[in-house]
Design a protein around this ligand. Structure first.
Ligand code: FAD
Length: 228
């Protein structure tokens, strides 16, 4: 077990310029996020009682967690970057921070499923599961927390995949059924399969991102208006 102070002292011994925005500063910022979320839990205990930081967000009318939640958990949404990330989580208990943001945004803002369902599932799978950091990450993604992404900021899961896994190497590692799909089609395999008239053992998207975006914005706006 390493305490955050040990991490900080070691960093400052090796890279003192981290304090002034030099090498190591990004990593220092990550440690600060960790401390920040822990402090929030202490100063706002409602956060560990399934409550959002921003009250009006509790009025968002979420979809019933149904088959869509299970498809997300099992990595069968039809969005390759989301599915690869969830399969990595299920197999290893870990997922990179960028992927956590992508899959969290997808569950909340594409499927309009209550962020607490995702928070709970992450805790059941993560080897680094931590009440404060996990809650903070989910509330950030769901726009319900302090310093959260604004509710109208909605990741596009296809362009996120194109940006952060350009060649699709990560996707292919976790979705072997897409091994034969060419690089430029890897983020929308169903489009390629239709054009080529080939069968792939991979689902079509369970939701249309553009339509889901509109519905989510409306749900958040209704909740916000109602509380004013
Ligand atoms: C939806 C969601 C859920 C998350 N759930 C957890 C969780 O249960 N447990 C957990 O430890 N982290 C969680 N995080 C934060 C982050 O994803 C992980 O801490 C990070 O991926 C760990 O990778 P690393 O050790 O390579 O971090 P590095 O990038 O090397 O960062 C160094 C250390 O800083 C801390 N850290 C980094 N990023 C964050 C962050 N965004 N928030 C809080 N602390 C951070 C971690 O202790 C990490 O080990 C979550 C993020 C999101 C978006």
């Amino acid at each position: 077990m390493l305490s955050p102070r040990q991490c900080l002292y070691r960093l400052l011994a090796e890279q003192p310029e981290a304090l002034n925005g030099g090498a190591g500063s990004v990593w220092l910022n990550e440690l600060i996020w960790r401390e920040f979320y822990r402090h929030l839990m202490t100063y706002f205990p409602r956060l560990c009682k399934h409550r959002p930081f921003i009250d009006w967000t509790d009025r968002v009318r979420w979809q019933e967690p149904s088959e869509a939640l299970i498809a997300w958990q099992e990595g069968r949404t039809g969005y390759p970057i989301v599915d690869a990330a969830m399969r990595q989580l299920n197999a290893t208990g870990w997922m990179h921070n960028r992927l956590r943001m992508i899959v969290a945004s997808f569950l909340v803002k594409d499927l309009l499923i209550d962020w607490r369902q995702g928070e709970q599932y992450f805790m059941s799978q993560l080897v680094d599961g931590c009440l404060a950091a996990n809650n903070g990450g989910w509330q950030w993604a769901a726009s319900t927390g302090t310093d959260a992404a604004p509710y109208f900021r909605i990741f596009n899961p296809t362009t996120q995949g194109e940006r952060f896994d350009k060649s699709g190497a990560f996707i292919r590692q976790w979705l072997p059924e897409l091994a034969e799909v060419p690089e430029k089609a890897i983020h929308q395999p169903w489009v390629w399969a239709e054009k080529q008239k080939v069968e792939i053992n991979y689902p079509r998207p369970i939701v249309d991102h553009a339509e889901a975006r509109v519905a989510t914005l409306a749900a958040y706006e209704a909740a916000k208006k109602h509380g004013m």
